[in-house]
Design a binder for this molecule. Structure first.
Ligand code: HEC
Ligand code: HEC
Length: 384
């Protein structure tokens, strides 16, 4: 079976509609010709500004105090408490409904797959598998990214084909290899047959004559996801607390900045824009990223830069889930994006820094809610 992008609207209309808008966003975020120059120039300037004495051994390096120029940290942003979007105001009622829908197996054809199956909130929003089994255990062609801090991404999906979380959430429910519901109408019919949901939609969307709609499913789930944030010690460090990172982590951060990783992995999510995978050394993959969606040559191998928050917990890595450990992922990045080999030692330092990006899971926020009971007309599970 060839590569099939998951979450595509069976009619492909979602993808077509979004591609133009996403393209214009991409142009703002992707300045490829400048990128390499910026990365190299940035790294060179850094090396000049802060020449570290070459440490004799890794042990010596770990205890060496790294001095970080705080001006270089402005490319990052501390995590907000929530990623707000005025188009979908977050209310307690909407979040409560969104949480239920996130855990709702009855949004899948055979009542056995929910968002949480592939994006387990207790496991940093991933399932730890290269590809995730959906309806009838079918596998999609791309690795499941984390939902934590995804609100900080400029676009959603590995190819950026959804502009926001609300639109994204409407994809998997109808995707034949994921939740496999036959139609939007079937989803609405199912929800309307469950009295508890009718009440929950009325509360979440007050004043709407017919609040149980497919679009409102997306809005509710989106509102819930906008508060899936995991602040870490790095945020304390960004806000000025020098003691929030230890010396080994600061040294790793320094190596990260020297390499120029922040040219792509930046902002509040430490990732999130569209960039080329294999900027210097081509990356072999059947999946051509955004090109498979738009068929534009300039989109070949363009992928959405993943967040590095919690990256120590979200293996395996890359869109193809091909890399099991973080050391290898970091080395491959240096090779493919900079054409550089980085030493085992520097790789370890960077990984030590990346470990500090592991945040706190919002335990009570993600507790599985009690789901409302089916009614007499609720469709039965369909394994076909
Ligand atoms: C069968 C597994 C599976 C299920 C079920 C599933 N997803 Fe996903 N999810 C994926 C995969 C795989 C991708 C990446 C697909 C791509 O980029 O083409 C993804 C991408 C995403 C993204 C984009 C994150 C990013 O960084 O771009 C979000 C958000 C998301 N899913 C949320 C959800 C929600 C909400 C649900 C339930 C309505 C859901 N998913 C159901 C597997 C799944
Ligand atoms: C030119 C932009 C760019 C630069 C520079 C860059 N990255 Fe990436 N990074 C990406 C893209 C794009 C991906 C997604 C690749 C894919 O499609 O699988 C990625 C993926 C990753 C991943 C895998 C994350 C996951 O969840 O799968 C890690 C880890 C990573 N980068 C770390 C780094 C480090 C460390 C550096 C510096 C040595 C770096 N990156 C430099 C663009 C970049």
């Amino acid at each position: 079976m060839g590569f099939r992008p998951p979450h595509l609207d069976p009619k492909g209309s979602l993808a077509v509609e979004l591609s133009e808008r996403a393209d214009s966003m991409k142009l703002k975020t992707l300045v490829r010709p400048l990128l390499l120059v910026a990365a190299t120039a940035g790294a060179a300037a850094f090396a000049q500004a802060a020449k570290p004495a070459a440490p004799a051994t890794p042990a010596a390096a770990a205890t060496q105090k790294a001095v970080i120029d705080r001006a270089l940290l402005t490319v990052f942003k501390a995590l907000p408490a929530r990623f707000e979007d005025p188009k979908n105001p977050i209310t307690a009622e909407k979040v409560e409904l969104g949480r239920m829908l996130y855990f709702e197996n009855r949004l899948s054809k055979n009542h056995d797959v929910s968002c949480n199956s592939c994006h387990d909130l207790n496991k940093y929003g991933v399932d730890g598998k290269p590809f995730s089994p959906g309806h009838k255990k079918q596998l999609g062609g791309r690795n499941s990214p984390t939902v934590y801090n995804a609100g900080g991404h400029v676009l959603q999906f590995w190819d950026g084909r959804a502009p926001n979380l609300e639109e994204q959430a409407k994809g998997p429910i109808l995707n034949p290899v994921e939740m496999a519901m036959p139609s939007e109408a079937r989803v609405v019919e199912t929800l309307k047959s469950i009295p508890g949901y009718v009440t929950a939609f009325q509360k979440a969307f007050p004043g709407e004559a017919d609040p149980v709609t497919y679009n409102n499913v997306g809005l509710a789930i989106g509102a819930f996801e906008r508060q899936l944030v995991t602040p870490s010690r790095f945020d304390k460090y960004l806000s000025g607390d020098e003691t929030a990172l230890n010396d080994a982590e600061k040294l790793g951060l320094k190596k990260y900045l020297e390499q120029g990783c922040q040219t792509c992995h930046n902002g509040p999510a430490i990732g999130g824009s569209l960039q080329k995978l294999g900027l210097v050394l081509p990356y072999q993959s059947k999946d051509q990223g955004r090109f498979d969606l738009t068929k534009k040559e300039s989109d070949r191998m363009i992928f959405r830069v993943p967040t590095l928050r919690n990256v120590a917990k979200t293996a395996p890595y890359f869109h193809d889930g091909s890399v099991k450990d973080l050391q290898t992922a970091v080395k491959l990045m240096a090779q493919h994006q900079f054409g550089k080999q980085i030493s085992d030692e520097d790789t370890k330092h960077i990984v030590t820094f990346l470990d500090s990006l592991t945040g706190e899971l919002p335990k009570s926020y993600i507790a599985k809610p009690k789901l409302p009971a089916s009614g007499p007309k609720t469709p039965k599970p369909d394994p076909s």
